[in-house]
Design a protein around this ligand. Sequence first.
Ligand SMILES: [Zn+2]
Length: 114
Amino acid sequence: MKHKGSCHCGQIRFEVEGSFDEVVECNCSHCSRKGYLLWFVPRGQLTLHSAESALATYTFNKHAIKHHFCPNCGCAPFGFGASNGTEMAAVNVRCLEDVELASVKRKSVDGRSF
Ligand SMILES: [Zn+2]
């Protein structure tokens, strides 16, 4: 199935193909501050419906992951990176339209200890 997603103001719009059983809730300094609930998919499953130039980008630590956010409203709907040579997208399911957050199973990841 296709999930539609966006930032709050709509400057960033995208679709993600697929489905998820659980999402990752990580306690690292970055994820905890942003409140990410992440679903990891191959990059090709995410289609951007707005210009790349609409994306602001934050990187830290090894600068391996591009954490994108909207420079207008501040929402952080996804990040891009590579895992074992595969381009991946980490989708923040909080920014998807059709997700009932209370019913999403969360898997805690202790990123603070990595
Ligand atoms: Zn926005």
